[in-house]
Each structure stands twice: as structure tokens, then as C-alpha cells.
Design a protein around this ligand. Structure first.
Ligand code: RP5
Length: 163
């Protein structure tokens, strides 16, 4: 994607990518430049802190962080950056992603992470577009058009059922 990245998509392992790529796809649909990388909270903690501390000065405006199991990456990034952090609970083999969800969503007051559904990386991408769109009329218009298309699709489904 051309241009300096505005959104950083990070994940605990490349095994998270099949889920996290849905966030990348959503950003691509809206023409939002992003970067993607593995930044593991447990296996590379110093790099993780550095990523969070430098994110804003590097020009990022939103961070999307996905992890599975003991999913501490989104919360730890939120602790060291003033940027909005969107957390994606990645489902693993056991517990159906409930462990990931609870690890991400139950943050202490003062350190918010906007947590999407288990496996909900597409919504994470769309939420990042909305956050950026709050200060970008062009992006906001694209989001409004996207919502209008969703509405039309839902109407069409009803019409098919009624036919
Ligand atoms: C987590 O451990 C990662 O986010 C990933 O979901 C999970 C498994 O990682 P790998 O063992 O596949 O590298 O930290």
C-alpha cells in the first residue's frame, strides 16, 4: 500500500496472519496505508515496548494488535502508546479463543483496548478506518458508502425471502 503507514498491524506470531490478514484486506479496500509485523509480547518484549513507544512518532495513528492464548500484546502496547489500540483475539486450538478474548478485553481503567470479536480482524480494520475517518472527510464518505452498500445487501436478502 502506497504512502507512509497510518495503521500498524502487529501480531504475536506469523501463525496469527490467516486471521489478521482480514484487517489488512479491509484497510486495503479503503486505501489506507498500513504495515504488518510480528511483535511478540513474550518472545521479544523489548522490541514490543520499542514498537509501542515509537509508533506515534513514526506516523502511525492506530495500532491493531492480534494475539492468541495469553494474549498480552494489545494491552501492553496500549500501556506504552497514546494511540488507539484495537485488540483482536485470535482463536487457537484450545478454548475456542475465549482465553484470547478475556486476556485482551479485561483491561484496567485508564488503559483502554478496543476489543473486537474472536477472530474479528475485519472489524478491527473497519474500526481503524472509522477512527481515521473522524478527521478525514474523504475516508468518512467512503465509510458511509460502504454502510449504504451493507444496507442495500440486507434489503436484497429480505426481498429474496419475500419473493
Ligand atoms: C501467541 O501464541 C501468538 O499470538 C499466537 O497466537 C500463539 C501461538 O504462536 P506460535 O506458537 O504459532 O508461534 O503469542
Amino acid at each position: 500500500m502506497a504512502g507512509n503507514p497510518l495503521v500498524g498491524i502487529v501480531m504475536g506470531s506469523d501463525s496469527d496472519w490467516p486471521v489478521m490478514r482480514l484487517a489488512a484486506e479491509a484497510l486495503g479496500e479503503f486505501g489506507v496505508p498500513f504495515e504488518a509485523d510480528v511483535v511478540s509480547a513474550h518472545r521479544m518484549p523489548h522490541e514490543m515496548i520499542s514498537y509501542g513507544e515509537r509508533a506515534a512518532e513514526r506516523g502511525l495513528r492506530v495500532v491493531i494488535a492480534g494475539a492468541g492464548g495469553a494474549a498480552h500484546l494489545p494491552g501492553m502496547l496500549a500501556a506504552v502508546t497514546p494511540l488507539p489500540v484495537i485488540g483482536v483475539p485470535v482463536p487457537l486450538k484450545y478454548l475456542d479463543g475465549m482465553d484470547s478474548l478475556l486476556s485482551i478485553v479485561q483491561m484496567p481503567a485508564g488503559v483502554p483496548v478496543a476489543t473486537v470479536a474472536i477472530g474479528g480482524a475485519r472489524n478491527a480494520g473497519l474500526l481503524a478506518v472509522r477512527i481515521l475517518g473522524a478527521a478525514d472527510e474523504g475516508l468518512r464518505s467512503k465509510m458511509a458508502a460502504f454502510q449504504a452498500a451493507l444496507r442495500a445487501q440486507a434489503h436484497a436478502k429480505g426481498e429474496r425471502l419475500r419473493a
